[in-house]
Design a protein around this ligand. Structure first.
Ligand code: BJW
Ligand code: ZN
Length: 268
């Protein structure tokens, strides 16, 4: 990391009254959670981005639940990494100083909460929430496996046996309706209140920190040009360049768990 760039960023951050952080799957990669795109994004022969769709649900809800059940199982021994912790620490310092801090995440793993972050806006829902297709009720559900039919299922291996699940195997609401993961799939609208809150925070921020996202999924990625339009300073942390890199003031290349603690160390 270039020392001069780092010092310059720290100065901008120290002056920033309102800070917003946008995170994506890369922030959880060092906790052992696969990202969506690239090498980690395959489950069996399926691309994660193909399973996170209403079409996949229509075709085979049992398979989609197997995929989410696998991801819930995977979370069992996963913990926040130094990137999550550095962001939680930043929020603590900022709010203690009477400044504004918001964390907007595309992740559904809730690891920001586990690290102690509080002002978290989850754009794409949560792995631990389910929604009834009949009555619409959203509730927390931490059952793993999601139903007994899923016990021992979900291996990501390409030659794992393809189990068939019947409707009775799926999780059900007390009203009798089928439960689905309360997450946002492609083509589905985001929760309008959460999206609006994120956009408002971005419009008012003096600094936007973008961490571990490929910045290709909308409307989440649109907050980056939005921050630019409103005159915010923007910094990006990523292993690679992204479509947002051309818009940012600072690009810090590297692993979020290593780069972020260094970027955020020694601030007031
Ligand atoms: C590291 C690292 C380390 C690795 N350290 N870095 C405008 C233009 C074009 C299309 C659209 C548009 N507006 C809407 C659309 C359609 C669509 C869309 O965006 N499509 C594009 C892909 C083309 N959007 C939608 O459908 C959204 N709905 C919507 O807009 O409704 C209205 C509407 C509908 C249709 C048309 C028009 C309007 C909904 C989007 C929902 C996204 N859902 C998912 C699944 C969530 C549930 C689940 O988790 O299962 O969200 S898809 C997936 O992508 C997931 C993620 O949150 C999201 C973003 O991915 P993310 O987090 O960036 O991960 P990766 O894997 O892509 O990147 C990881 C990055 O980390 C990489 O850059 C690595 O280099 C880096 N990295 N390790 C630092 N250690
Ligand atoms: Zn119900």
């Amino acid at each position: 990391m270039h020392r001069a760039q780092l010092e310059s960023f720290r100065k901008r951050l120290a002056e920033a009254q309102n800070v917003v952080v946008l995170t994506g799957a890369g922030v959880s990669a060092e906790s052992g959670i696969p990202t969506f795109r690239g090498a980690g994004g395959l489950w069996r022969r399926y691309a994660a981005t193909d399973l996170a769709t209403p079409q996949a649900w229509q075709r085979d809800a049992g398979l989609v639940w197997e995929f989410y059940n696998y991801r819930r199982t995977l979370m069992g021994d996963k913990a926040p990494n130094p990137a999550h912790k550095a962001l939680a620490g930043l929020e603590q310092r900022w709010t203690a100083a009477g400044r504004r801090f918001d964390l907007v995440t595309q992740n559904i793993d809730d690891l920001h909460f586990a690290a102690g972050s509080q002002a978290v806006l989850r754009l794409h829902g949560s792995l631990w929430l389910v929604r009834c297709l009949a009555c619409g009720e959203v509730e927390e559900n931490r059952q793993v496996p999601i139903t007994s039919a899923y016990e021992g299922s979900g291996s990501p291996d390409i030659d794992a046996p393809q189990r068939r699940f019947s409707e009775a195997d799926l999780p059900h609401c007390s009203c009798g309706g089928i439960l689905r993961p309360h997450v946002v799939w492609f083509g589905e609208g985001l929760d309008a209140r959460i999206l609006r809150a994120a956009q408002r925070a971005v419009e008012a921020c003096s600094l936007l920190l973008v961490v571990g996202t490929s910045a290709v999924v909308y409307p989440a990625a649109a907050v980056i040009p939005l921050a630019r339009q409103h005159g915010a300073c923007i910094a990006e942390v990523n292993l690679e360049t992204t479509p947002a890199t051309g818009l940012v003031d600072y690009h810090f290349a590297g692993r979020a768990g290593e780069v972020l603690p260094e970027m955020l160390a020694g601030l007031p």
